[in-house]
Design a protein around this ligand. Structure first.
Ligand code: C2E
Ligand code: CA
Ligand code: CA
Length: 356
């Protein structure tokens, strides 16, 4: 609510209280009474200050979240200095992130994905934000900011361009160069410019078409309209591959795997973790791998940390592996060194080559 003449109703506090009281009610849902309350966040511009309407709305929202956090069901949060300053910090961080994306202020780590014998098949680009005061910020901490402020598409674009450019210059091993995988969360196939943006990045980087893998979560791949599917098909035709990320989480269903326009399925770490000792995780992993194989998809196991997990996964026929057992994500220079060697040690390759 925007209220300019709140003095007439007794001031902002009373107005907020009245609104909260009006919304406090009992409604019947499926024959049961449900108590409904509202949390209200309140912000008023300082008389002399120069506050934009958008900022005022954010302060009110921050105050509402503050009210929610402090129990206050049906509570009222007022944008005090503390709330305003934390909302202002969030705004600053958002502005800094925007500048970092525009000014090449982000960096990429790469994590190798290996075959059963340790051959490096691809490397996944993972973005980090080296912040001058806060240190290296992991994606889990700044992706939500990017999402809230509509920066996800720009971020994806930056990563796509940077990763294709770096990968184009990767060393070859026995005449072949490994592929680079890029996560997409804001630049999606439904985007009218999807095909041209991806094509341009590949051409400008001078990367071979079959050396790019695009990772999308399942929800970005279901129920795509025909033009989006056509854009993906066009890219696939030229050699680009698509992977379903985090498969097994969210609303994944095995039946739906058949409809997903992707060549690769990445089995989420949630199932990999327990695969060696939890029968339920083992069953899920095996079902996903069997199903994927029957549908002509390849599989990658994510978050492989132990030799036991690796052996079990290899036993059920997983095609490729990614995780700390083989390598943590490494900076550009480190990945070049791994790629020049062409392979990483696996428990299997160690056993095969025997003691020296
Ligand atoms: P993801 O796509 O599932 O990436 C794998 C994450 O698992 C990475 O975390 C990686 O460091 C971590 N990981 C790899 N191996 C292991 C392991 O053996 N054990 C454990 N515990 N973790 C492992 P990171 O780099 O923090 O990325 C987190 C998520 O942020 C990614 O999950 C992805 O969803 C998103 N993300 C990262 N980079 C980008 C990007 O460039 N663009 C977009 N849109 N999203 C990104
Ligand atoms: Ca991924
Ligand atoms: Ca994943």
């Amino acid at each position: 609510m925007i209220c300019a003449d709140h003095a007439e109703v007794g001031g902002p506090d009373l107005l907020a209280r009245t609104v909260a009281d009006l919304l406090r009610t009992t409604i019947t849902v499926h024959g049961r009474p449900v108590q409904m309350t509202a949390s209200v966040g309140l912000a008023t511009p300082v008389p002399t200050g120069d506050v934009r309407a958008a900022d005022l709305l954010r302060f009110a929202e921050a105050a509402m979240h503050d009210a929610k956090r402090r129990q206050a069901r049906g509570g009222i949060g007022i944008a005090t200095d503390g709330v305003v300053s934390s909302a202002t910090k969030a705004l600053e961080l958002e502005a800094e992130l925007r500048a970092a994306i525009a000014g090449d202020g982000l960096v990429l780590d790469y994590q190798p994905v290996v075959g059963p014998d340790g051959t490096v098949l691809s490397a996944e680009a993972l973005v980090r934000w080296p912040h001058p005061e806060r240190g290296l910020i992991p994606p889990a901490d700044f992706l939500p900011i990017a999402q809230r402020s509509g920066l996800l598409r720009d971020l994806d674009l930056w990563v796509l361009r940077a990763a294709t450019r770096e990968a184009a210059a990767w060393p070859e091993h026995r005449g072949r160069r490994c592929a680079v995988a890029v996560n997409l969360a804001g630049l999606l196939p439904g985007d009218a410019a999807f095909q041209s943006v991806v094509s341009d990045a590949i051409s400008e980087a001078g990367l071979e078409w079959d050396r790019l893998v695009l990772e999308l979560v399942e929800t970005s791949l279901v129920a795509l309209p025909p033009p989006a599917l056509a854009a993906m098909a066009e890219l696939t035709e030229r050699g680009v591959r698509f992977a379903v990320d985090d498969f097994g989480t969210g609303y994944s269903s095995l039946a739906r795997l058949k409809q997903l326009p992707a060549q690769t399925v990445k089995v989420d770490r949630a199932f990999v973790t327990g695969v060696a000792d939890d029968p339920a995780d083992f069953a899920v992993a095996r079902a996903v791998v069997d199903m994927a194989r029957a549908m002509g998809r390849t599989t990658v196991a994510e978050g492989v940390e132990t030799a036991d997990q690796f052996h079990v996964l290899r036993g059920i026929g997983v095609d490729a592996y990614q995780g700390w057992l083989f390598s943590r994500p490494v900076r550009s220079a480190g990945v070049r060194e791994v790629l020049a060697r062409g392979r990483l040690e696996t428990p299997a390759s160690a056993a095969l080559s025997g003691p020296r």
